[in-house]
Design a protein. Sequence first.
Length: 252
Amino acid sequence: MKTITFIGNGNMALSIAKGLKHNYTIEVVGRDMQKLHEFEEKLGIEIRKYLLDGFDVENKSIMLCVKPANVAEVATKLTGKANIIYSVLAGTGIEKIAQHLRTNAVVRAMPNLAASVAKSMTTLTGDAAFKEEALELFSAIGSTRWLGSEKEIDIATALAGSGPAYLALVAEALADGAVKQGLKRDDAMAIMQGLFGGFGELIQHIHPALLKDGVMSPGGTTAAGYAALEDGNVRSACINAVESAYKKAKEL
Ligand SMILES: NC(=O)c1ccc[n+]([C@@H]2O[C@H](COP(=O)([O-])OP(=O)(O)OC[C@H]3O[C@@H](n4cnc5c(N)ncnc54)[C@H](OP(=O)(O)O)[C@@H]3O)[C@@H](O)[C@H]2O)c1
């Protein structure tokens, strides 16, 4: 079995390791052996555990899962030259990673919050020689899409990375609307959850415009509700949300 070496033992490392544990040998490198034991317990299989200080990455496939601010410090503790570094660090360019860490290649991956339930939408870019391997690795935690540039991954982050927060706002607001009309809060929440579950399946196969047309009958209730959303400029607000998030990513 091929070995993947995680550097960092936090939430994202655990989510990815859960997806990979049956098909790869998992090594985890951290700065606290107690936390590495806890990681192993949560993962539920035996892993190889190493402390960061002096760890040799020579020719290894690395899954870099520390915080962006830790890159320079982590680099001072490692020895050797990696074969490939898969980095999940938000907003951290390939150039910066390659500046600090010695490696033959870098692939940047941007998973989202749903990685914890193996439903991430992960975008990837970087050394094309590792495209197939990267797509296979990250498909273990959900859907994947290879993009042609780092600019595109930053735009995609404004869509899929921040997206759960945008949809959470819509979900909460719709439930609030039902409560305003007199539905009990727990009923409204349960119905909203069912709505999003079903919608998540439908949107995989049906274009959004056709979905909308399918439910909107002439002069009907959905048409009235939909018109209220257009009055509220929801479409324009969504477009502006992605633009603002992308602009912010460029500033960081
Ligand atoms: N969570 C998400 O939904 C998400 C989505 C996309 C991308 N990401 C990216 O994934 C990366 C990890 O996020 P996370 O949610 O897994 O964070 P996390 O749970 O806080 O884990 C961070 C890891 O970094 C280690 N670390 C912190 N400071 C360090 C230092 N100075 N030297 C060495 N190691 C250090 C921590 O070690 P200790 O355990 O010893 O503190 C921990 O293992 C981030 O770069 C983030 O941008 C996360």
